[in-house]
Design a protein around this ligand. Structure first.
Ligand SMILES: NCc1[nH]cc(CCC(=O)O)c1CC(=O)O
Length: 312
């Protein structure tokens, strides 16, 4: 009997996510054995530098992809937000599961709204996208770089004396945090990261059995939305770290997608919406990128040569 080995980062969130996928597999395919194998990635080992300085988002997935290629695991569960634009040769994305809440959350001790924070309040985040959008809404805010897993970042409200931290709702919810001190940032005014809230299942391209199994696990609606967002990201970002985000959703029989590009100081934010037939997700992502270039996204992108940072 085949045993399916699932590779996961060792963080609490990554393990919860790997367990969610394992449970879905077990329910549909109880005839197989499953095991989660923890893998330490470079992004987990280096906690004292901002991510961009050590190589960007691929850091969280590279070791797991190597384990897949070497066949020490058969499946990798990733946050789609952390996945580079393309899978390495020999691997493929077999499924994307139903999206959790895509919004970002401001966490304070007492559940304050963004408008309620005092002047010059300090907020912990290392994400260029979150920094730019926070500053765009409140230019008095003082942004502090923080790294580490979700629990570590939440603790920094106390340990570093911050007024708030911003995190993805999806991670907080999956970890079971009580949301009484959450302030959900409005998705129209605060664009999520591409793929935020969605999980991707990566396999070896030649693993027909797992490929077939995952056709029953894939969430078509989330798949179209996230793949559309990723086309937008690939066309605009081009390996350059700038504040960028996108969010697509199904509305009736249509797909509506919002794109966002900003200057790192938040003084300029360009947002634009495109919509079209739900199956035309690649076209819509492409059109959105083209329209945003016309609106000045190129000029903001050009500034990235001197402004490098984390994009997540
Ligand atoms: N950058 C790490 C990361 N990757 C995915 C999530 C959240 C879960 C998700 O988006 O699915 C997080 C934590 C966070 O940004 O708060």
């Amino acid at each position: 009997m085949r045993k399916i080995k699932i590779g996961s980062r060792a963080s609490e969130l990554a393990l919860v996510q790997a367990e969610m996928i394992m449970k879905m597999l077990k329910e549909k395919f109880p005839q197989y054995d499953y095991e989660i194998i923890k893998i330490k990635t470079l992004g987990d080992k280096i906690l004292d530098k901002t991510l961009s300085k050590i190589g960007g988002k691929g850091l969280f997935v590279k070791e797991i992809q190597t384990a897949l290629l070497e066949e020490s695991v058969d499946l990798a569960v990733h946050s789609m937000k952390d996945m580079p634009a393309e899978s390495p040769e020999g691997l493929m994305l077999a499924a994307i599961t139903e999206r959790e809440d895509p919004r970002d959350v401001l966490v304070t001790k007492s559940g304050k709204a963004l408008e309620e924070l005092s002047t010059n309040a300090s907020i912990g985040t290392s994400s260029l996208r979150r920094k730019a959008q926070l500053l765009n809404l409140r230019k008095d805010l003082v942004l502090k770089d923080i790294r580490g897993n979700v629990a570590t970042r939440l603790n920094k409200i106390d340990t570093e004396g911050l007024d708030a931290v911003t995190l993805a709702a999806a991670g907080l919810k999956r970890l079971g945090y009580d949301d009484s001190n959450f302030y959900y940032l409005d998705i129209e005014a605060f664009t999520p990261a591409v793929g935020q809230g969605a999980l991707g299942c990566e396999i070896r391209r030649n693993d027909q059995m797992l490929y077939d199994m995952f056709q029953e696990i894939n969430h078509k609606e989330t798949y179209n939305c996230v793949m559309g967002e990723r086309v937008f990201l690939k066309l605009l970002e081009g390996g350059c770290h700038i504040p960028i985000g996108a969010y697509a959703q199904k509305v009736g029989e249509e797909l509506w997608m919002t794109g966002m590009v900003a200057s790192p100081d938040g003084s300029e934010v360009i947002r634009h919406k495109e919509k079209g037939n739900f199956e035309d997700f690649l076209k819509i992502g492409t059109k959105l990128a083209e329209e945003m270039v016309k609106l000045g996204a190129k000029r903001l992108l050009a500034s990235c040569e001197n402004e490098r940072g984390e994009i997540l």
